[in-house]
Design a protein around this ligand. Structure first.
Ligand SMILES: [Zn+2]
Length: 260
């Protein structure tokens, strides 16, 4: 019988065994619960992190912690279903999750971020604090940063929101819960001073999440999408998933070699 890679599905005896088997390594998926246009569920960011974690964990024989379904999402509060947690609170929760798991013997952590640039800020604080206070190893694996060489081949546009990248990935891994026929394109408009895509090579201002008030008009005209989900395909979603899983397994192996 194969046992689940998800910590929450196991007994403490099974977990004890897996800590040793995994060389003390665990993935913590982190996402958000926020609107993703008319075609993707509000859990999208957490679900894409879960999908990558699940496949990579099976391949690399490590465990996956219960995902953190909440992120910092003030800029999506205009539409129903979004839940935003203040980053100060997220830092505390993230640190306590690592501290608890470390107490049981884990000392190598992969924070797998499905909520892109907005979660990176507080995850960096969590990672630094955990390294300094607990002496553990922490990395942040972010699909937008880890697929820069790949997304150009797909002829996808830049990172946006609920666009062809998330659409393809969700369509591949969760075909029963996407509604791609409901997708409405909102092509990127060229902005000279502000980009969220890590691939953008020009000068750019740093990101500060918009307030709900600032987002009212944009959300009304865009319907909650930024990009062109009509370009999404299941095949490209599979290729993207496989590319990222390969990178994630590489990262896990490198981390497992780490000695204190
Ligand atoms: Zn998203």
């Amino acid at each position: 019988m194969t046992i689940s890679v998800w910590l929450q599905n196991l007994t403490w005896e099974e977990i004890k065994e897996k800590i040793a088997d995994s060389r003390d390594t665990i993935i913590i998926p982190v996402g958000s619960t926020e609107q993703h246009g008319p075609h993707l569920p509000v859990g999208t960011d957490t679900m894409v992190a879960n999908a990558l974690a699940e496949t990579a964990a099976k391949e690399a024989n490590v465990l996956v912690a219960p995902p953190l379904w909440f992120g910092w999402s003030p800029h999506h509060m205009v539409l129903p279903g979004t839940i935003t947690i203040r980053p100060d609170i997220l830092v505390e929760v993230g640190f306590d999750v690592i501290k608890s798991l470390h107490h049981h013997g884990f000392d190598k952590f992969i924070l797998l971020n499905g909520h892109r640039i907005v979660n990176v800020t507080w995850l960096q604080i969590v990672g630094e604090r955990a390294k300094r206070k607990l002496g553990v190893k922490v990395v942040i694996f972010d699909p937008a940063y880890m697929s820069k060489t790949f997304t150009g081949d797909m002829e996808w546009g830049e990172v946006g929101h609920a666009e062809e990248i998330e659409g393809s990935h969700m369509w591949y891994y969760y075909p029963d819960i996407v509604k791609m026929d409901r997708a409405v394109d909102n092509p990127h408009k060229h902005r000279t001073l502000y980009h969220v895509d890590p691939k953008y090579s020009g000068d750019t201002l740093c990101y500060i999440p918009s307030s709900p008030e600032e987002m009212v008009e944009l959300t009304r005209t865009s319907g909650g999408t930024s990009g062109e989900p009509s370009k999404a395909s299941r095949d490209h979603g599979r290729a993207y998933h496989e590319h990222l899983v390969k990178r994630l397994v590489e990262v896990i192996k490198i981390l497992q070699e780490w000695k204190q």
